[in-house]
Design a protein around this ligand. Structure first.
Ligand code: BT5
Length: 323
């Protein structure tokens, strides 16, 4: 991100400022100011130039340059109005050697959840996949999923949504606890699903080659466009500015990925799962007990009814109502 360009944008966002004055204020040439203005126009910012100078008339739509400008994290953004799956495109880029590139789309037509489940991604949501090349052993990559979950939870909370994390990768808005409704069935999903994460990876000889962290968050989408049991930012608090939301999300994720151990700690504080009685379907069978901790880099620690402590690395988790 270019600091001068951001300063130009900030300076002209309220009142018009003449080119020469802007050049003085920012300590650059008039020609440089003009070039920054032109670049911003190319990126979709509407900048009027009248007698009293340049004035910002409109921020760009949701696009790659729109997200990149003003982004305080080192990611390039490739934007698509519609794409099959941002994870598929990110994997392609990873294969070509990309790093710190984010594939962002307004709509996905063939997006995937875990285990090739279908993921609904209508226009208006936040669908993105980040290509990363972290200096980590493959076994530590799950910490990046946890980091993404913390980032999504924090930014959803900043938007006023009461988000929590269900192990390992669901962001939920817990309704039962909000309304005090603890009747009916013995099991539920722990709330309505706002977002999910699909992390894919390639690595060898103890070193990650690339990781793609795919994030799907129902932002400006109505409930009737989503599967049953899902919710959205629109349903909870109304629409958000997706450009700003994605910027905050990438900035928070950037902080957390630098320190995976801290990300796991932050995950604990935002967890809806810890302290709950849970049932986890794992590839090797079902485990029931109390979720007592999450262990680095992301295993759920369950204390079963016979007092045994089991570390579960992957599976589908259901929160059970207390007996
Ligand atoms: C996930 O899988 O939650 C991971 C979702 C990752 C989606 C992102 S979008 C950007 C990137 N590109 C992709 O192609 N994928 C990633 P899982 O835990 O398996 O949950 C899948 C289940 O969630 C489905 O079986 C449905 O029940 C439910 N579901 C589908 N679409 C949903 C939505 N938009 N909101 C909430 N729940 C949904």
């Amino acid at each position: 991100m270019n600091d001068t360009r951001r300063a130009v944008l900030e300076a002209i966002s309220e009142d018009p400022v003449a080119g020469p004055e802007l050049a003085d204020r920012l300590g650059v040439s008039r020609n440089a100011v003009w070039k920054h203005v032109e670049a911003l126009r190319d990126a979709g910012f509407e900048i009027a130039s009248g007698d009293d100078g340049y004035r910002l008339d409109g921020a760009p739509e949701y696009s790659g340059p729109a997200v990149e400008y003003g982004l305080d994290a080192d990611f390039a953004v490739e934007y698509h109005d519609a794409i099959g799956s941002t994870n598929d495109r990110a994997r392609e880029l990873a294969g070509e050697g990309a790093r710190d590139v984010v594939v962002l789309a307004d709509e996905q037509t063939g997006s995937r959840g875990r285990l090739d489940r279908e993921w609904s991604a209508p226009s208006g949501g936040i669908w993105l996949s980040a290509v990363l090349r972290p200096d980590l052993p493959p076994a530590h990559a799950p910490a990046l999923t946890l980091a993404a979950a913390v980032a999504m939870t924090d930014v959803a909370r900043e938007a006023g949504v009461n988000a929590e994390i269900k192990w390992p990768n669901d962001i939920l808005v817990s309704e039962a606890r909000q309304s005090g409704d603890t009747t009916d069935e013995t099991a539920d999903r722990g709330g309505k699903k706002l977002a999910g994460i699909l992390t894919e990876m390639e690595g060898e000889a103890g070193q990650v080659s690339w990781v793609v962290v795919g994030v799907g968050l129902n932002a400006n989408v109505s409930a009737d466009e989503l599967p049953e049991g899902a919710t959205s930012i629109r349903e909870e608090v109304g629409d958000v500015d997706r450009r700003v939301f994605v910027q905050r999300l990438l900035e928070r994720f950037d902080e957390l990925r630098a320190d995976p151990e801290t990300a796991v700690e932050a995950w604990r504080d935002r967890s809806a799962t810890l302290g709950q009685r849970v049932r986890v379907e794992t590839p090797t069978g079902e485990i029931v007990g109390e979720a007592i901790d999450v262990a680095f880099p992301g295993a759920l620690v369950i204390e079963t009814d016979d007092g045994e402590r089991v570390h579960v690395h992957a599976g589908d988790c259901e929160h059970l109502r207390p007996v």
